[in-house]
Design a protein around this ligand. Sequence first.
Ligand SMILES: Nc1ncnc2c1ncn2[C@@H]1O[C@H](COP(=O)(O)OP(=O)(O)OP(=O)(O)O)[C@@H](O)[C@H]1O
Ligand SMILES: [Mg+2]
Length: 263
Amino acid sequence: MKSSGRSDLLYTKNLSKFFDGLKALNCVNINVKEGKVTLIIGPNGSGKTTFINTVSGFYKADEGHVYYEGVEITNKPPHEIYKNGIVRTFQIPQPLKKLTVLENLLIAKYNPGEGVFSSLSPSWKKAEEEMVEKAFDILEFLKIDHLWDNFAFQLSGGQLKLLEIGRAMMADAKLIITDEPVAGVNPVLAEAILDRITELKKRGYTFLIVEHRLDLVLPYVDYIYVMSNGEVIAEGVEEEIMNNKEVIEVYLGDTYRETECRV
Ligand SMILES: Nc1ncnc2c1ncn2[C@@H]1O[C@H](COP(=O)(O)OP(=O)(O)OP(=O)(O)O)[C@@H](O)[C@H]1O
Ligand SMILES: [Mg+2]
């Protein structure tokens, strides 16, 4: 087993999560290196989303530990984990679709339950102006600033994924966890999303990504974990994973076979 080191922004130790006897996560050890893009792959139902939900506080771990910046955060509430800089992106929840792109960014700065401009201090207006400016800088960086006054429900799937990344940036995330960032997105926009992720990596952000579209994401990732039945069955760089017999058997083999059937 590879050991966790000082460069790991987040790591887990024997993390386990059970659902009525089903071991959705069974002693999972995953290390996310600071400033890198770490990818988790694996067949449907192998525990990838459960892992994300457990490290970000949405599920309670049954056993094991989660460490972030060297501090244990196991089972801390999601809003506390969010405040510490771990932002897990979702498919935009329904209510937020009724807000504009700009509004979606502005509320991301706050914890759930807090008002957008709840502070009535004399400097509130200046703070508000600074936030709007920051939001526009982010939208410009993501190349969706022209959509600022569109409602989120008017955006395409790919634009929504970019908006989610923008919300994470607005919240001053250090670690952005994205579940299937390019699933269902057309290849051109998918490349645009991955290009922005790479640019953010250069700026010091760390990413943990779950994605099935290996054809698109592999050139952009630094390190890969493969899960099957709630366990990590392999880890390594692209070449190691692509040549791993067990990985080919449980995951890649199926992927290739599916592709063969489609053509
Ligand atoms: N809230 C839940 N209650 C009960 N079982 C759950 C729950 N969430 C996940 N599971 C089960 O845990 C296992 C792992 O599911 P998970 O969603 O983590 O898989 P995944 O690797 O993300 O799959 P996919 O690639 O299809 O998204 C599955 O058997 C799933 O049915
Ligand atoms: Mg999933």
